[in-house]
Structure formats: structure tokens, C-alpha cells
Design a protein around this ligand. Structure first.
Ligand code: 13P
Length: 235
């Protein structure tokens, strides 16, 4: 089965010239893959710059349309050729107060619009990982069986919040990552990927314990680093 590498650009870069340059630097490697599926999760406004690669949004709203200033509905994404969306990233949970209930509504709307959802879950520093993940999976995925859902439409990304580079970037041990993978697998049958300070040096720690891909923040903003990462998985 193909491994997935998702570049999460977050709110970067800040100019169109830089966005084009970054894309130019990774495009060739991202398009010509055989064993890897590469997705680029760019800010909404930069997504149309990405030609010939799989485009991923970083968020979407739970309503299709209406009086919701500033929001973007899942059907709009699908309509312009964006097939993937990240939902429930810890930065949205922590900085924009997204609750499990809101995340659940977004997932259902995105699935019904035909998008593939990458649901991010993971504990904060000091929290009991299994307790947090048990709650997030239960509440975020509540009633999704009633959606237009195929199992390949849902990917779980385990991202321990304390391992994200901008939160201190403590390296998650392969043992912890493996334990949590086993725990998630008891509740979810489908693709599970890992995120948190992933770079070329440590990516194999997570792929070797059974993750089917990675969600990459900081290292996806450095073209050469990201290309190396793709080549590493390809070869
Ligand atoms: P870093 O790779 O910068 O730690 O970011 C991880 C992340 O949040 C990806 O969604």
C-alpha cells in the first residue's frame, strides 16, 4: 500500500512569490512518486497555485453555504478540485477553541461533500495519551457511519501536541508512537499516520513501527528537506 506524506504549510509562506518558489522546489519530486502519495496542505489562498499535485485544505466549515462570514464550506473545496481536508489539528483546537463537537460536525459535512478527511488527534504535554485519544475518537467520529463514507475517506493522524516543532519539538519515541498506534488500531480500521517534528532523520522511526505515512510541518517549508523526505520513502 502507498505511504502518504502530507505537507502542512500551516499559515506559510507569507507572500505569493515565496509560495510559488516553495512549490517549484518540491513539485517534481511530489508529482513523480510511485510508492508514495504526496498531498500539499497549503493555505486556502495558495491552493490554486498547486498544479498536478493532490491538494489538501487545512480546515473547512460544517455548513455548505450561508451567513458565515469568513468560512469556507466543504462543497466549495470539492468543487474546485480539492479532495482532502485536515480537521481537528491541535492548533485549531487550542488557538481557535475548536471543540470535539465542532470537529465532529466538520468531519460529517466534509465526508458528505465527498472529501477525504485527515483527522488529527493527540495529547498535550502531561495528559494521559490514551484517555485523550479515546475521547477524541469517540466524540469526533460520533455518528459518522451515517455519512457517505468509505473507509479510505478517513485518515487518522496521531500528532502528540508536545512533539510539534513549534511547541518545543520533543522527539516522540518510537515506543510511544507504536503503543499509541496499537491503541488507535483497536478502535479504527484504516490509515493511520504520524506527525510531530518529522524530518528526514527520524521519519523511519515512525514508518518502521507501522505508521502508513507522515504529516509534516516545519520540514515541508524547506524544499530540499521535503524532497529528501519524499525520496527517502520512495527508495
Ligand atoms: P512539525 O512537523 O513542524 O512539528 O509540525 C507538525 C504538524 O503540526 C503537522 O500538522
Amino acid at each position: 500500500m502507498k505511504k502518504i506524506i502530507i505537507a502542512n504549510w500551516k499559515c506559510n509562506p507569507s507572500t505569493i512569490q515565496e509560495a510559488k518558489k516553495l512549490y517549484k522546489g518540491i513539485k517534481k519530486a511530489a508529482i513523480k512518486t510511485k510508492k508514495t502519495e504526496v498531498l500539499i496542505a497549503a493555505p486556502f489562498i495558495w491552493l490554486p497555485l498547486l498544479k498536478n499535485v493532490k491538494k489538501c485544505a487545512q480546515n473547512c466549515f460544517w455548513e455548505e453555504k450561508g451567513p458565515y462570514t469568513g468560512e469556507i464550506g466543504p462543497k466549495m473545496l470539492k468543487d474546485v478540485g480539492i479532495d482532502y481536508v485536515i480537521i481537528g489539528h491541535s492548533e485549531r483546537r487550542d488557538k481557535f477553541n475548536e471543540t470535539d463537537e465542532m470537529i465532529n460536525k466538520k468531519i460529517k459535512a466534509a465526508l458528505n461533500a465527498g472529501l477525504t478527511v485527515i483527522l488529527c488527534i493527540g495529547e498535550n504535554k502531561g495528559e494521559n495519551a490514551q484517555e485523550v485519544i479515546r475521547r477524541q475518537l469517540k466524540e469526533d467520529l460520533k455518528d459518522i457511519e451515517n455519512c457517505k463514507l468509505k473507509i479510505e475517506n478517513l485518515i487518522i493522524a496521531y500528532e502528540p501536541v508536545w512533539a510539534i516543532s513549534t511547541n518545543g519539538g520533543e522527539i516522540c519515541s518510537p515506543e510511544h508512537a507504536k503503543d499509541i498506534l496499537g491503541f488507535i488500531k483497536q478502535k479504527f480500521v484504516g490509515k493511520i499516520i504520524y506527525g510531530g517534528s518529522v524530518n528526514n532523520e527520524i521519519i523511519n522511526n515512525y514508518l518502521n513501527v507501522g505508521y502508513e505515512g507522515v504529516l509534516v510541518g516545519g520540514a515541508s517549508l524547506i524544499a530540499d528537506e521535503f524532497v529528501n523526505l519524499i525520496n527517502n520513502v520512495e527508495n
